[in-house]
Design a protein around this ligand. Structure first.
Ligand code: ZN
Length: 493
């Protein structure tokens, strides 16, 4: 009897999980192989899968299945997560969900054209519609303290506007003087190619395999905007962009980033297979994994002590005569710049803070859509000392607002903070971690992350994971400590 109740719930969730994998595969194919004119049919097919999954999560029968399975001893973390999904899906009318998807589909093309012409006014009507729809979405959760809380819940369960605002304010206070101190120092210059792309792939995959990339369960392809997609634990697909040969930004560091995302999904406990909790617990925690491997490991002295000799075999000309110290200074150069995705570790979070503040102001009614470009440009000047030459390089640079995903941006900075908290905790738990990384051992760190973060899937919240590992919640101090230590040494501050 009790096993039957758990079995019935799992059967219900298995269908949602399978629909999700099918949708993910459609998405992966669209970004890597699909001919351009397939977009319309693909959009329809993807929309159908999403609708079917949504109906099954909103289905009133799920509430009964959850009650029975809980009484029969189903895992409390699974019950909590699925109950929240059900409550959320049941609250939002299907027609609102459909309308949000429609506007997102229309706005994508409008955003592309507006960015190409640097014409914010052409995009503003779509943005106004998104803001209206998101207001209606937030109104489905009248108990939320702040309308923006309801929007963030979709990506970072448990995060509140008040807590994020406080953490970001503390972060900004620490970052602005650090960046100013670095700006007063000589620029270290760039690590410039040629880095032939095939050799970049060789180096990136050698490192990724050391991290845990498994050729029998992973693959790598090219995409215009690199991402990771997985269909369960044993079909993990990362993507990279074949760039010009002048930089290692995407071909090496981007691959480490996506491999970090993939290790999270691959490390989830098999007991959560074919449930809706067998995936990362939030976007912030997911981003903590990618940024930890890309930056904290990937740009560290320990890592380059191990890999510089191999890199010199592959790229003898550009790396000729360069020692680890010089390579580190160049791959960690700090330069306030216009574009978030190209930003260094010190300035990155300020790009995210700016977007968070503008989004909150929109939903508080303090800012109108038409005022966004001016507000954007003023903050870029204030936080980074950068003058924005055009809306294409400013307010129109990211695709997120075309998709209407307000509440998403903060997860990038939350993930960076969480990464530093985990990185600090890993060094306490594994005192010789840097020596191990310098010896080419990346498995010890991966297994520690699997034990404390990956295996839980969504059965633990990001907050529960942090409290288990660090004894406290979200905290910007470890990130500030990490950045001050790192750049203090590199720039002789
Ligand atoms: Zn990422």
């Amino acid at each position: 009897m009790t096993d039957d109740a758990i079995h019935a719930l799992r059967e219900h969730l298995a269908v949602v999980s399978d629909l999700g994998h099918a949708g993910m595969l459609l998405h992966w194919d669209q970004q890597t192989h699909m001919p351009a004119r397939g977009a319309q049919a693909r959009g329809q097919a993807g929309g159908t899968l999403e609708r079917l999954a949504h109906e099954r999560i909103a289905d009133p029968v799920l509430a009964d299945l959850l009650d029975a399975a809980e009484a029969a001893g189903e895992d409390p973390g699974l019950v909590r997560a699925v109950r929240e999904d059900h409550a959320q899906a049941a609250r939002v009318p299907a027609e609102l969900v459909g309308e949000m998807a429609e506007v997102a589909a229309e706005a994508q093309g409008a955003w592309e054209a507006a960015r190409a012409a640097s014409d914010f006014a052409a995009f503003a009507p779509f943005l106004r519609r998104h803001v209206d729809l998101c207001r209606r979405y937030a109104a489905c959760f009248p108990e939320a303290e702040h309308p923006y809380d309801a929007l963030m819940q979709r990506y970072e369960p448990g995060a509140t506007t008040a807590s994020v605002r406080a953490a970001f304010a503390q972060l900004r206070e620490g970052l602005v003087p650090l960046i100013a101190a670095i700006a007063a120092k000589p620029d270290p210059g760039d690590l410039t190619g040629p880095f032939p792309t095939a050799d970049q792939r060789t180096l990136a995959l050698e490192i990724a395999r050391t991290m845990g990339y498994d050729d029998a369960a992973w693959r790598i392809d090219e995409a215009a905007h690199p991402f990771m997609a997985n269909m369960g634990r044993e079909d993990v697909r990362i993507t990279t962009k074949e760039e010009e040969e002048s930089t290692l930004a995407i071909g090496l560091f981007g691959v480490l980033h996506e491999t970090g995302h993939g290790l999270y999904e691959a490390g989830i406990d098999p007991r959560w297979d074919r449930t809706t909790v067998g995936t990362g617990t939030s976007l912030g925690v997911h981003e903590s994994q990618s940024r930890l491997w890309e930056n904290m490991v990937g740009r560290s002295r320990a890592q380059w002590s191990r890999w510089l000799p191999r890199a010199k075999e592959l790229f003898p000309v550009p790396l000729d005569g360069l020692e680890v110290d010089e390579v580190l200074r160049r791959i960690n150069a700090v330069r306030p710049s216009l574009i978030r995705v190209d930003a260094d570790e010190a300035t990155y979070c300020l790009h995210v803070l700016l977007r968070f503040e503008l989004e909150v102001a929109l939903f508080e009614g303090e800012l109108e859509v038409d005022d966004l470009p001016a507000a954007w440009n003023a903050r870029m000047e204030e936080y980074l000392g950068v003058t924005v030459p055009s809306d294409a390089d400013g307010v129109l640079q990211d695709i997120h607002w075309a998709h209407g995903v307000f509440g998403y941006f903060p997860t990038y900075a939350l993930g960076t903070m969480i990464a530093a908290q985990l990185w600090e905790a890993a060094h306490v738990a594994i005192p010789d971690l840097d020596t191990r990384i310098a010896d080419g051992d990346l498995a010890t760190l991966r297994e520690w992350l699997r034990e404390h973060v990956h295996r839980h899937g969504r059965t633990r919240t990001g907050d529960e994971i942090l409290r288990d590992v660090t004894g406290g919640g979200l905290d910007p101090v470890p990130l500030l400590r990490y950045l001050n230590d790192k750049y203090g040494a590199l720039y002789d501050l």
